[in-house]
Design a protein around this ligand. Structure first.
Ligand code: AMP
Ligand code: MG
Length: 351
């Protein structure tokens, strides 16, 4: 299949082109599109055949449910069995935005979209192109990240093209995304609201709005496989670059020294080595490739660059990656959740 790529300026949307994109979704085809978190691979959420196409294009395991994207709060009534008061409070505070809520599903949502689960994940994205596509298609749009399963999530249209060209009908190129990591997922189907995936919206922000303490699924903070995460997708080895990756954590000077000595050892073994550093430290390393995640003074920029840099490591064919740790104050938990997966939880702690 030929994949059509259209460029859309999010501040001046081309109505004709977007109508065409919407028609493709309505016809059961797949269209990748930008959201504020990462690029999504969209299909009609209520058409089981479209959902099956999404799993096939991504090579995604069929037990890993899709997030349904909506453009109006009233869309919830079509896909959720009941709407708890917490959902209203959270949507007032954070929608459109990087928050996904898990609710009991209605009959309208096919099992193919929820991986056979009785619940459904729902989000209203905060991106004019995404909202326009949902409205123009007349559908609710199931959209996982638009990458091949197991590869880093796409934060630019070129990443989508790398993974999915020839497999989907269209890519809407709306430029690089703003946030760079996937939405926070909160489960509202149990007695206590629980974060199943950390993201830009933190547990503290959620607790403030709900007036109760929001807990984090213990399965995602465990450093091993002894506890199973509640979101099926969190158990997979996501985001992994091809090279073996090690995170070095501790005081700055010790980290610099340790990484530089590890680089020397590995290069002596003939390996091509990359270091993932920051604007503040990039000049202090001597490796085949030194990549900067951004400034520690701007943690949003670190989230924005994370996946692009993991993809760059693949493009540069490095064999070993040593990375600084990014337990930054606010979204550090979300960033480190992705970093630890990329590194297969391989951390050297120098404290
Ligand atoms: P992605 O679409 O690639 O951002 O991944 C969606 C994430 O949401 C995966 O980790 C899924 O396992 C999770 N998810 C989707 N639907 C549900 C659900 N009904 N219950 C729990 N987790 C879900
Ligand atoms: Mg994904």
């Amino acid at each position: 299949m030929d994949t059509e790529i259209i460029k859309i300026n999010k501040d001046d949307i081309d109505e004709k082109l977007m109508e065409h994109a919407g028609e493709l979704i309505a016809k059961g085809e797949l269209v990748a599109f930008p959201t504020e978190t990462v690029y999504g691979l969209g299909g009609d959420a209520l058409d089981p055949e479209a959902s099956r196409k999404i799993y096939a294009a991504k090579g995604r395991p069929s037990d890993n449910p899709l997030i349904v994207h909506i453009s109006e709060f009233s869309d919830l009534k079509r896909i959720a069995k009941t709407i708890p008061p917490e959902a209203k409070k959270l949507s007032d505070a954070f929608w459109p935005g990087p928050l996904t809520m898990i609710l009991e599903k209605s009959e309208a949502v096919p099992d193919a979209t929820t991986g056979g689960m009785g619940t459904v994940a729902i989000r209203m994205p905060n991106h004019p192109v995404a909202l326009d596509l949902i409205r123009k298609s007349g559908c609710l749009i199931a959209a996982p990240s638009a990458n091949t399963s197991g590869r880093p999530s796409p934060t630019e249209a070129s990443h989508v093209a790398e993974d999915l060209s020839g497999k989907i009908a269209m890519i809407v190129d709306g430029g690089p995304v703003g946030i760079g990591i996937e939405s926070t997922i909160i489960d509202l189907t149990e007695s206590v609201p629980m974060v199943l995936r950390p993201g830009y919206i933190t547990p503290d922000m959620l607790s403030d709005v709900l007036g109760v303490e929001v807990v984090i699924d213990p399965g995602i903070i465990a450093a091993d496989d002894t506890r199973k995460p509640k979101a099926p997708g969190m158990k997979y080895k996501h985001y992994a670059p091809k090279a073996d990756m090690v995170i070095v954590d501790g005081p700055k000077e010790k980290v610099l020294q340790k990484i530089n000595s590890l680089v020397i050892d590995n290069r002596q073994e003939g390996k091509k080595v990359a270091v993932i550093a920051t604007e503040e430290t990039k000049e202090s390393y001597d490796a085949d490739v030194v990549l900067s995640m951004g400034s520690r003074r701007d943690e949003d920029s670190i989230a924005q660059h994370l996946y692009k840099i993991l993809r760059e490591c693949d493009d540069l064919d490095v064999e070993k990656i040593f990375s600084e740790s990014f337990s930054t104050p606010r979204i550090g938990q979300a960033i480190m959740n992705r970093m630890l997966k990329a590194a297969g939880h391989h951390v050297i702690n120098l404290d």
